[in-house]
Design a protein around this ligand. Structure first.
Ligand code: ATP
Ligand code: PRP
Ligand code: MG
Length: 284
């Protein structure tokens, strides 16, 4: 089973990091190699350009792939299926035009030219609007094209908006929202290994933003403490055999944003020795 992952660019590091956290530690993956093994002898990694990954999966060079939704859409492959939204690499594809120009709406582009690295997505976008500009495919620095008379507008990626602003471009309309996805070829969807990889990656995503709370609680205060612990299916309660005073150990998974308030509340309710730790993986 092979997973195609970005070989460089902004998606490379976070993808490797995610695989590592999911327990798929890379081996023999020294820089600039095409393949790497993982600790799981049945799973290896193929490094490829973000834009090529959907095709590599569709064509059989890999069974699974990790890349941006924008790339999956642009590649026009129809025999792959999405398994998981990995929730990083969040960005938008937008139609943008010079701030001080006269293109304010999609309709203003009739008979004009739009430059993009995403010609398929762009063509479909305009097909839905009934406006038919010329579409020019470029392979980078798209933001410059309106300033060198190559195009009247662009369809390009934006996240913070800094690049558009630097190039004095303004968003006319959103075309697509993207984030990184795990996907697989349809003929391997039911393969147990594919499901195993999916579960491992999703367990990391589930654990993000969650904390594990441990505390000691006198038996007669348990109900009070339990009442103020939010979240996931109620706490786990264990007897601490310490002869004498009856104390219980209470463990719970809590949203990170609730931790501060929960600590205050459980302390008030009688808990002591409160411990907060990160969670590596959480299989629900
Ligand atoms: N500014 C951004 N913020 C968030 N995600 C982004 C941003 N730019 C790109 N992405 C996501 O990362 C993917 C790959 O972009 P990246 O810039 O890393 O590679 P690339 O420039 O297409 O690759 P190459 O360097 O091989 O040409 C995009 O398709 C998109 O999904
Ligand atoms: O809204 P912003 O936060 O400014 O991000 C948008 C920019 O990010 C990407 O480029 P990248 O930095 O990946 O460089 P590249 O052109 O070499 O791909 C994208 O192509 C935009 O140019
Ligand atoms: Mg880029």
């Amino acid at each position: 089973m092979r997973i195609a992952v970005p070989n460089k660019g902004r998606l490379h590091e976070p993808t490797i990091d995610l695989l590592e956290r999911a327990g798929l530690h890379l081996e023999n993956g020294a820089d600039r190699k095409l393949y790497a093994d993982t600790v799981d002898p049945d799973v290896s990694v193929l490094f490829a350009r973000a834009a090529d990954i959907p095709e590599y999966v569709a064509d059989g060079a890999a069974e699974m792939g990790i890349t941006g939704y924008d790339q999956v859409q642009e590649a026009r492959v129809d025999d792959v299926a999405e398994l998981l939204d990995l929730d990083f690499g969040r960005c938008r594809l937008v139609l943008a035009a010079p701030e001080d120009g006269d293109i304010r709406a999609v309709e203003d582009l009739a008979g004009k030219t739009v430059a993009t690295e995403f010609p398929n997505i762009t063509r479909d976008f305009f097909a839905d609007t009934g406006v038919e500009p010329d579409i020019v495919e470029v392979s980078g620095a798209t933001e410059l094209t309106p300033h060198v008379e190559m195009a009247d507008a662009i369809v390009d990626i934006t996240s913070t908006g800094t690049t558009l602003k630097m190039n004095r471009l303004a968003v006319v309309e959103e075309v697509l929202q993207s984030s990184v996805r795990l996907f697989a070829r349809e003929d391997v969807l039911e393969d147990p290994k594919v499901q195993e990889v999916r579960t491992a990656l999703s367990s990391v995503k589930h654990a993000e933003g969650k904390r594990y709370l441990m505390m000691n609680v006198p038996e007669d205060r348990l109900d009070e403490v339990r009442a103020v612990i939010p979240g996931l299916g109620g706490p786990t309660i264990m007897d601490i055999a310490n002869g004498g005073e009856e104390k219980l150990a209470v463990h719970a998974v809590v949203d990170e944003r609730d931790v501060f308030e929960t600590i205050t509340e459980v302390k008030k309710a009688g808990a002591s020795d409160i411990l907060v730790t990160e969670i590596e993986r959480l299989v629900e």
